[in-house]
Design a protein around this ligand. Structure first.
Ligand code: CTP
Ligand code: CA
Ligand code: CA
Length: 644
């Protein structure tokens, strides 16, 4: 079916059929334009479920689900064999599989500094904790970093990371084929001469190679669930049997696949987690490739296989095109697959969807110029939130939730400080939602404190609560608070090693004397002779202060809105959507966040400088946050992305 078409479309994919020269190979800084670029996306299989299976030391073959109140938030692969999905109620899942292992996610309870696996957690008194999963996620990322010291690694979500293999792979190619390091004297164009033909590649044990011509291949669709029989052992080798098409980029992919395989084996051996990975020439393709075959598998998308991999794909399945834009494209042209859209010329697309639709045009052709870049722990925020099934109706009821949320923030900050001891949240923000339509927030400077305890945070939170909500006696109008969020924002590095705490605090007055003396004690031990001579904050490189669009994973699971850290705007589900049950609201919010991120993505690609990309400004204290502001009239493609 695709055969006839493939000739016609191959020219669309020309960008990926570039001749690789000595200059390409020997240049170090070609960035996203590097024709030898190799990127992987690595995603943990049934992540929360795997975390619980490992924590409890259970047999990975047992069907297991993770429960949150009476919904499911993770279903392992053995449980999926019974037809159990994440959208189900616990009772339904148990009916399908009576021997199902059910683990309720850990929760915080007032008065406890740490979350725990309580007997009968109740949404009316407890709060979900994803801390264990976050910690396990950090361990996996750390193993990637240790195993691949020269690769760039970007954590993309709680269980995913992009790995840019370009540098380690180039080093390895030069090591294996040292003759490539010198341009031969008889090369016709010096550095710009093409490299000699690549060696044949043995793809055995490197994962599943996506066939270039799927209709001609016999695909083995079975999936491996036994980690022991990992990928390599049961995988097919050179699927195409067509070595004439082998390129140096394929060599690069195969080297990356080898590295990836080793790292995955190590993560399994040391931590017990199976991972699925996609290896391709950019982030977009790596992500698509990762889901080619799951679980416990890695797939490789060779350049030659890109056209036939992309063309039959329903384009609305592509992350960037899942929202309004995808719908509009489908309607405008009455089409459904990527291949259908390839017939639309760039001119035509730009006429209907604006200049910026060039990124759609490119994505459809497998082109993605976004970088893999590690996000700094600095300048992030930490947010703990709780949706209240039974709204708070008296100001005095707030203290319970402030303490529960403070416990989560304390734990997360102190854990982050294990790696970066001088992390300091400059601001604490309390955010409450009344009913479904109005939200208010108030913030205050957070004192630099070496020992940030639940009590310290709760005291600051209580103070904000009093200012924002009042007290039982001061409050005359009735209240109905449906959500409480406590967050740290503007997390920076206080460079305690270079300045003593007194000088430091002059720049920023402490709120409480106790805290400053505690801080002074520990700082004095560390200070060096240059005290007073340095600014209190480490100057951050421009890329370190880059904002991270994702809000805390915790809030995402239970919230109905989020604040985009890129534009500072609150993006919320509609009232109807927000009142859906937790699991559904969670999915809808995830979709909304993606759509919003895609909006920024589109903006970024288009290099536009609309106000949305302006640096975030912290809202003045006590400003009511109105949801669903009327957006500015947007031009071109931007109107297809959520910017509320
Ligand atoms: N998650 C969630 N709510 C969602 C989506 C994801 O709570 N709407 C959690 C899941 O519990 C999951 C983790 O985030 O364990 C990672 O999500 P994802 O990778 O989408 O699913 P997995 O459960 O890891 O399954 P898969 O093997 O398909 O990746
Ligand atoms: Ca996953
Ligand atoms: Ca994932």
């Amino acid at each position: 079916m695709w055969k006839g078409k493939s000739k016609a479309i191959i020219s669309d994919f020309e960008d990926i059929h570039r001749i690789i020269t000595y200059r390409h190979l020997l240049s170090q800084n070609l960035g996203v334009k590097d024709p030898l670029r190799v990127v992987a996306l690595c995603d943990s299989d049934a992540f929360y479920a795997a975390c619980e299976q490992v924590r409890l030391g259970l047999d990975p073959a047992l069907p297991l689900v993770v429960q949150q109140w009476d919904s499911l938030i993770a279903v392992n692969y053995p449980a999926r064999k019974y037809g159990i999905t994440r959208m189900e109620k616990i009772s339904e899942a148990k009916r399908k599989c009576p021997e199902l292992v059910v683990v309720h996610v850990a929760t915080y309870k007032e008065g406890e500094a740490e979350p725990s696996y309580w007997e009968n957690p109740d949404t009316l008194t407890h709060k979900v904790s994803l801390d264990h999963y976050r910690r396990e996620s950090m361990k996996i990322i750390q193993m990637f970093k240790d195993g691949l010291p020269t690769a760039e690694i970007e954590k993309a979500s709680i269980d995913e990371a992009f790995i840019d293999f370009t540098r380690p792979v180039r080093d390895e190619i030069l090591k294996r084929y040292p003759y490539l390091a010198q341009v031969p004297p008889d090369a016709p164009n010096g550095l710009d001469s093409p490299l000699p033909p690549p060696p044949p590649i043995c793809w055995d044990n490197l994962g599943t190679v996506i066939p270039a011509h799927p209709n001609e291949e016999q695909l083995d669709g079975s999936s491996t669930t036994e980690p022991q029989e990992d990928v390599g052992a049961s995988e097919t080798g050179a699927v195409d049997g067509d070595d004439s098409s082998t390129t140096w980029h394929d060599v690069a992919l195969s080297v990356a696949a080898e590295f990836m395989m080793n790292v995955r084996h190590e993560v399994y051996a040391k931590l017990g987690y199976t991972l699925s990975a996609g290896i391709a020439r950019n982030k977009f393709l790596a992500k698509l490739t990762a889901s080619y075959k799951k679980p416990n598998n890695q797939s490789v998308l060779r350049d030659v296989a890109i056209p036939n991999y992309l063309t039959p794909m329903p384009f609305q399945k592509i992350r960037f095109l899942g929202g309004k834009l995808g719908k509009a494209l489908a309607q405008e042209y009455d089409v459904s697959t990527v291949g259908d859209l390839l017939t639309i010329s760039l001119d035509e697309m730009q006429r209907k969807f604006g200049e910026n639709s060039i990124w759609v045009y490119e994505i459809l052709r497998g082109i993605d110029r976004s970088e893999v870049k590690e996000k700094s722990a600095v300048n992030k925020s930490m947010l703990a939130s709780k949706n209240l099934l039974h709204p708070v109706t008296k100001p005095s009821q707030g203290h319970h939730w402030i303490r529960v949320l403070a416990a989560e923030l304390a734990l997360r900050l102190n854990e982050a400080r294990e790696n970066i001891p001088a992390l300091w949240p400059k601001t604490i923000v309390l955010h409450v939602r009344h009913g479904y339509d109005s939200s208010r927030s108030k913030q205050a400077a957070f004192p630099f404190t070496r020992n940030v305890t639940v009590d310290v945070i709760a005291a600051a939170g209580d103070k904000l609560w009093k200012e924002l909500v009042g007290t039982d006696s001061s409050r005359s109008t009735p209240i109905s608070i449906t959500s409480v969020q406590l967050s740290f924002t503007g997390i920076e590095l206080a460079e305690t090693g270079q300045r003593n705490i007194e000088g430091f605090l002059k720049a920023r007055p402490p709120v409480s004397g106790d805290q400053s003396s505690a801080a002074a004690g520990s700082t004095k031990r560390k200070r060096d002779e240059r005290e007073f001579s340095e600014p209190p904050f480490v100057q951050l490189a421009a890329e370190d202060v880059r904002e991270d669009v994702k809000v805390s994973e915790t809030s995402a699971r239970v919230e109905t809105s989020f604040v985009c850290k890129r534009c500072g705007k609150r993006v919320a589900l509609s009232d109807v959507d927000a009142s859906a049950e937790d699991a559904i609201a969670r999915d809808m919010l995830a979709a909304l966040r993606m759509e919003h991120e895609d909006f920024h993505f589109a903006q970024e690609l288009a290099g536009q400088s609309e106000d949305v990309s302006a640096p975030r400004k912290i809202r003045p204290s006590d400003t009511p946050v109105t949801k669903r502001k009327v957006p500015k009239v947007k031009e071109g493609i931007a109107r297809f992305f959520t910017q509320r």
